[in-house]
Design a protein around this ligand. Structure first.
Ligand SMILES: *Cc1c(COP(=O)(O)O)cnc(C)c1O
Length: 457
């Protein structure tokens, strides 16, 4: 097929949509390290995890061997409301950059929650409902996960209680209202409603909160309220499993036109969109069937891959969650409050951490003013207002395309455009007014936080 036949947007028909999620762990020789019980330091058992998470999600979390999981019909029907997500050939961006590179992006912002998070939210809400639960609790940082979960719970008639990181709660009142439109209750975290919230407030009065702290509060409420479980929007193996829909659809669309990417790029917060986007491609690489370069892009203000250590750590500030082995800055690390671009979690998915440790994945840390500059350049030619998180991937993709311009190489670049930035206009405003700073943690700050890691290894 000649190249000019490739349309601006490659859609799939409903029949072409994936019917199964792909479990990347099945093809990993070195499996991700298990979650540990913080008390005994033994791997968490299904029974222990079922106190916190829904039973089917626990099964998915612990299964390192089954390559494919059927997507239940009800979830596939929900997906059809906003999927397949378009795979866009960025002809306009290529033209603007005058690059011989061919750039594609998978756009996940085509739903009200504005991001890929709905892909896992509907799955997690579905299994909670199947189990006969009354509701779920969760945390949200920038607000996309909370919005996605509220939509999924509202649709299925489940109760949804969201702890929202306080600085986002204050900066993004409109996101909070979207959650309430869908029937969720939203509490700024840290709050007085939980023991752990009260403890953190006493220790750090005036704190603007962190994801790790909101997780502790949500878990506490889930385990102490009958009929409730906790759900998490990233980091966990089950979330990467659900997000594999992103990569599977991308691969089907590219295969239709015989296109094979050379470089695949995603932003990395907890690792779910990146893990989902790369999953089927990484599977091929792990099985020795194809080769790709994979790049994780993280903020310089929260650089877990590039400046963290691969150690067991808590997923939350309150240290109530199981220990996960991951690249981490330490669960007490709180990114600078002026960091506007999301991706604020201190750790990284255990699956991606293991792949990074084994050299299958590269990582880059970028500064937020560069990220916003790239976001604007992209918006002006591609007509989509990108989320700041997604714009980390845009920046890295543009940088790779510029390198192709210098070398004359016609590389094919695929990146994940995870969402839209309509609720991030306060951050864009700061950028326009020249008030955005690049607050990068010092080595001493990171060392101090890492020094508090539990001694496991
Ligand atoms: C949550 C979010 C991310 C980062 O989360 P991951 O789990 O690392 O994918 C990226 N982009 C958008 C738009 C998000 O909402």
């Amino acid at each position: 097929m000649t190249e000019n036949k490739i349309p601006y947007k490659i859609y799939l028909t409903e029949d072409e949509m994936p019917r199964q999620w792909y479990n990347l762990r099945a093809d990993m020789v070195n499996k991700p390290a298990p979650l540990l019980n913080p008390g005994t330091l033994q791997p968490m058992t299904a029974a222990e995890l079922e106190g916190v998470f829904c039973a089917e999600l626990v099964r998915q979390e612990l299964d390192n061997d089954t390559p494919f999981f059927d997507i239940p019909q009800e979830i596939r029907d929900f997906y059809k409301m906003y999927r397949p997500a378009p795979l866009v050939r960025a002809y306009c961006l290529e033209e603007k950059l005058q690059t011989p590179a061919k750039i594609y992006y998978k756009f996940e912002g085509n739903n009200t929650s504005g991001s890929h998070k709905l892909n896992s939210a509907i799955a997690q809400a579905y299994y909670a409902k199947e189990q006969g639960l009354k509701g779920v609790t969760t945390e949200t940082g920038a607000g996309q996960w909370g919005t996605a979960l509220s939509m999924a719970c509202g649709y299925l008639g489940l109760d949804c209680k969201v702890f929202m990181v306080k600085c986002s709660y204050e900066q993004k009142p409109f996101r909070r209202e979207v959650m309430r439109v869908h029937g969720a209750s939203v509490t700024p975290s840290p709050s007085e409603e939980t023991q752990v919230g009260r403890k953190i407030l006493a220790e750090f009065p005036g704190t603007t909160g962190s994801l790790g702290c909101a997780i502790s509060e949500a878990v506490e409420v889930a385990v102490s309220t009958p009929g409730y479980r906790y759900v998490l929007g990233s980091v966990l193996n089950q979330v990467l499993l659900h997000q594999s829909i992103i990569g599977l659809e991308s691969k089907i669309a590219l295969d239709k036109y015989g296109v094979k990417p050379d470089i695949i790029i995603g932003c990395a917060g907890g690792g779910s969109n990146l893990g989902g986007l790369i999953a089927p491609f990484m599977g091929e690489k792990l099985r020795g069937e194809a080769d790709y370069r994979f790049i994780a892009v993280e903020p310089a203000s929260c650089p877990s891959f590039t400046r963290g250590e691969y150690r067991y750590d808590f997923c939350d500030t309150g240290m109530v969650c199981p220990l996960a082995k991951m690249y981490t800055l330490g669960s007490s690390f709180i990114p600078s409050a002026d960091h506007a671009g999301g991706l604020r979690f201190h750790g990284m998915s255990s699956i991606l951490s293991q792949l990074y440790a084994d050299g299958y994945l590269e990582a880059q840390a970028v500064r937020q003013t560069d990220v916003f500059a790239a976001a604007e350049e992209f918006a002006r030619v591609e007509g989509i207002l990108p989320a700041p998180e997604s714009s980390h991937a845009i920046l890295a993709a543009m940088n790779e395309a510029k390198k192709c311009k210098e070398t004359g190489e016609e590389k094919t670049i695929l990146f994940g455009l995870t969402g839209t930035g309509y609720f991030d206009l306060v951050a864009y405003e700061k950028f326009h007014n020249g008030e955005m700073t690049n607050n990068i943690p010092t080595d001493a700050e990171i060392a101090a936080s890492l020094a508090k890691l539990p001694k496991v290894d």
